[in-house]
Ligand binder design. Structure first.
Ligand SMILES: O=C(O)c1cc(=O)[nH]c(=O)n1[C@@H]1O[C@H](COP(=O)(O)O)[C@@H](O)[C@H]1O
Length: 233
């Protein structure tokens, strides 16, 4: 982990390596962390992750593993060996799956933060009802508690749930919050959203921000403006 400990994780949701590397060349590891998710990883693969790690960035490999325990365990071990700083699995994969993932990386030289996704920030209460599940205010704490019991290092949740989860799971349990929207920016497909300032005030440890930065006319200026807003808190 880098000493500056930046809170913002920029989601590099690009279709190829070039724009991701171009973005990385304009920022530095003290300014932000970087997330490689399914879109970029499927296009550019582990080599791109290794390049970002080699440039000194803390990389969140966001592949949201959700499979049988053995498969997820092997996948998170491979992620650890890529040198990433954070990796995630779906809490709804269950306790056996989360524990297998935990055991798989505990003996590794690089031990990334192991984070469980609770309920995707794109999902509303209505979306959960369609699946026969309770509203986010019930389902997110339930999955966060299960993740804590399985020795996860934290969860992905919306910032709307952050204050409740900090009380429920303790100060050391990391809350990683996507669905961050600076005032006035488009929600897009996100449902449970919050501004960067409100998210930090609610107890979010890390803010995952994609399109508001990567699709702005000047991504670096937008990132710096968000940082300045947080510094003023
Ligand atoms: O695990 C994630 O990072 C994640 C979980 C979640 O519940 N919601 C969510 O949006 N994400 C990711 O966070 C990023 C959000 O991007 P923007 O909506 O463009 O800011 C995307 O890369 C998503 O894949």
């Amino acid at each position: 982990m880098n000493a500056a400990d930046p809170k913002i994780i920029v989601a590099l949701d690009y279709q190829q390596a070039e724009p991701a590397l171009a973005f990385a060349d304009r920022v530095n590891p003290a300014l932000c962390r970087l997330k490689v998710g399914k879109e970029l990883f499927t296009a550019a693969g582990p080599q791109l992750v290794e390049k970002l790690v080699a440039k000194g960035f803390d990389v969140f490999l966001d592949l949201k593993f959700h499979d049988i325990p053995n498969t997820v365990a092997q996948a998170v071990r491979s992620a650890a060996r890529l040198g990433v700083w954070m990796v995630n699995v779906h809490a709804s994969g269950g306790s056996k799956m989360m524990r297998a993932a935990r055991d798989a990386i505990d003996g590794e030289a690089n031990r990334p933060l192991l984070i469980a996704v609770t309920v995707l920030t794109s999902m509303s209460g209505e979306d959960l009802a369609e699946l026969g599940m309770p509203e986010p205010a019930v389902q997110v704490p339930l999955l966060a508690r299960l993740a804590l019991d399985c020795d996860m290092d934290g969860v992905v949740c919306s910032a709307q749930e952050a204050s409740v989860l900090k009380k429920l799971c303790g100060a050391d349990f990391k809350l990683v919050t996507p669905g961050i929207r600076p005032a006035g920016s488009a929600a897009g497909d996100q449902s449970r959203i919050m501004t960067p300032e409100a998210a930090v005030a609610a107890g979010a440890d890390y803010l995952v921000i994609g399109r508001p930065i990567t699709q702005s006319d000047d991504p670096l200026a937008t990132l710096q403006a968000i940082q300045a807003g947080l510094a003023a808190l």
